[in-house]
Design a protein around this ligand. Structure first.
Ligand code: 1QQ
Length: 389
């Protein structure tokens, strides 16, 4: 008996020392694409979320109670996202859901969480209108209205002689349809002419038709709204068929997991970001070394945004404890979800993305954006986003 007590006590203290927090953990749902082509993004999101979980629990979790991330794979489509959301809401009783990966999935799954009064924080949904889906929906991923035009401005600085532009977009994805609208408006506002618009699918692997049309049009710049696998393959085919002009990619090009798809052909592609691992703020300076230690590489945008999502939920949980004077662990799930949502919106947060503000709609305001040019290494698989000045 005495041995058992000793053992139990030492286990308890070992765990407390390791985790820095004790008690039954607070479940936070992570519903991202861990399979299908969407896993090119989802893998980075899982990594970023895991870093947040570790760092937060080492600092005592929420007032001494650890958090526990509950991962549910959404796959790449709407049905998978709906299924993951339902499991997290009803079975796992999570306090909030971080996800899904795609705006296309958010428009289908978020209304379910909204109806169930479960807060959703979008880690990577950048189409117009996602934050406005409902009261319980917010996002920490800046909409493309704010990000995408920056890449075009930089492209024009790289080559001031650009006149004729081809636009490509995946017509079966809500984010890409939204993004191309923003790109096309910005292109016209800059006085350039769109001489060709080509539609693709996120499921396409062969782009011969589109590439042939682009080569025939003799354009100086191709502006692409695609996801990572389709976009990577199309860039590769554009270059292999002999296109030599500039290529600007949208948010779907922000994953280094695209590099092995397009190989050295991705070098030179210009992309705008809502994050840089070089950002010099206290949160980023704490996040980057831990991420590097765990994953042996710099965090990319989708990892930093997933980390930020977890941090927003945890900061808001702390706020709930302070404003109600209750321990989150003692609160009824429904009561907690409602109080948590109220704390998430209309607040500001210190994050690796810099200071961000979520308004009453759950829409993000962010100050700093970046534009980079992809540089693929000799191995043809890894590379860097080289910041453009
Ligand atoms: C969206 C996006 C994608 C590129 C996320 C991976 O921005 O679907 O809104």
């Amino acid at each position: 008996m005495r041995i058992f007590v000793l053992l139990a006590a030492s286990l308890f203290f070992a765990q407390a020392a390791f985790a820095g927090a004790v008690g039954s953990p607070i479940p936070v749902g992570i519903a991202v694409g861990q399979t299908t082509n969407v896993a090119l993004f989802g893998e980075e999101q899982v990594n970023g979320a895991k870093v947040a979980e570790r760092m937060i629990n080492e600092k005592g979790g929420v007032g001494g109670t650890p958090i526990k991330l509950v991962f549910q794979d959404t796959g790449g489509d709407e049905a998978g996202a709906i299924n993951a959301f339902q499991n997290l809401i009803s079975r796992d009783k999570v306090v909030a859901i971080i996800g899904p990966t795609l705006s296309q999935q958010a428009f289908a799954a978020n209304p379910i969480a909204n109806q169930a009064k479960v807060p959703v924080v979008g880690p990577s949904n950048t189409a117009k209108g996602v934050a406005q889906i409902g009261e319980y929906v917010s996002r920490i991923s800046a909409p493309m209205t704010l990000v995408a035009p920056n890449a075009l401005k930089r492209a024009l600085a790289v080559n001031p002689n650009i006149k004729n532009v081809a636009v490509v977009y995946a017509q079966d994805d809500a984010f890409n349809v939204s993004e191309t609208g923003i790109f096309q408006e910005a292109i016209k506002d800059m006085g350039l002419s769109i001489v060709l618009v080509q539609k693709t699918s996120v499921k396409d692997t062969d782009f011969t038709t589109q590439v042939t049309a682009i080569l025939g049009a003799g354009v100086d710049m191709v502006v692409m709204s695609c996801l990572a696998a389709d976009g990577g393959n199309m860039v590769k085919q554009l270059r292999q068929f002999g296109y030599e002009g500039l290529i600007v990619g949208g948010n779907g090009f922000n994953s280094p997991n695209m590099y092995p798809v397009c190989g050295k052909e991705c070098t030179g592609v210009i992309v705008a970001q809502a994050y840089s691992p070089r950002a010099d703020n206290a949160e980023n300076n704490a996040f980057v070394p831990v991420f590097k230690e765990m994953f042996k590489k710099d965090p990319a945008q989708f990892s930093a945004q997933a980390y930020t999502s977890v941090k927003v939920v945890v900061d808001a949980l702390n706020e709930v404890e302070q404003s109600t004077g209750k321990k989150v662990a003692d609160m009824d799930t429904a009561e907690l979800r409602t109080a948590l949502n109220a704390a998430i919106i209309s607040s500001s947060y210190e994050t690796p993305l810099g200071e961000i503000v979520l308004d009453a709609d759950g829409e993000i305001t962010q100050k700093t954006f970046y534009v980079s040019q992809i540089k693929i290494a000799e191995d043809g698989k890894t590379g860097i986003m080289e910041l453009l000045p």
